[in-house]
Design a binder for this molecule. Structure first.
Ligand code: FES
Length: 126
């Protein structure tokens, strides 16, 4: 670390916190009838603190990441890794194996057909 500089985090974790209003047919990552889905962001933040790695990892609450039907979802950057169908148990493994261990937990990653190649802003710009 360079003296006098503020180090950057190694990871940002964007956790979708979008909830659909009760009665709305659209799926969402935080569900009114699913307590665990409501607790996941808090759980993530607490785990990062308990592990002592919070300065190296910044959890961020975000709105819809457009993969609602696979929720709860979160995106890990860098790496553009989208995890889907999250539970507390899955988060534990992602923190231990990916964030600390450096190995993506492939079985929780979004299926390839739902996460194609990135769109190119340069080719789309008017
Ligand atoms: S509500 Fe979470 S991805 Fe859309």
């Amino acid at each position: 670390m360079v003296p006098g500089t503020i180090p950057q985090p190694a990871f940002y974790i964007f956790k979708c916190q979008q909830s659909a209003p009760p009665g709305m047919p659209k799926p969402s990552c935080v569900k009114a009838d699913d307590q665990e889905s409501q607790e996941l962001f808090q759980y993530l933040a607490q785990k990062l603190m308990q592990k002592g790695i919070m300065p190296a990892v910044t959890p961020i609450q975000t709105g819809c990441l457009n993969r609602c039907q696979l929720g709860p979802v979160m995106l890990v950057e860098p790496g553009h890794t989208m995890y889907v169908g999250l539970t507390k148990e899955k988060m534990d493994r992602i923190i231990d194996e990916h964030i600390i261990g450096g190995n993506v937990v492939e079985e929780y990653v979004i299926p390839a057909e739902m996460w194609g190649e990135p769109l190119s802003p340069a080719s789309m710009a008017r």
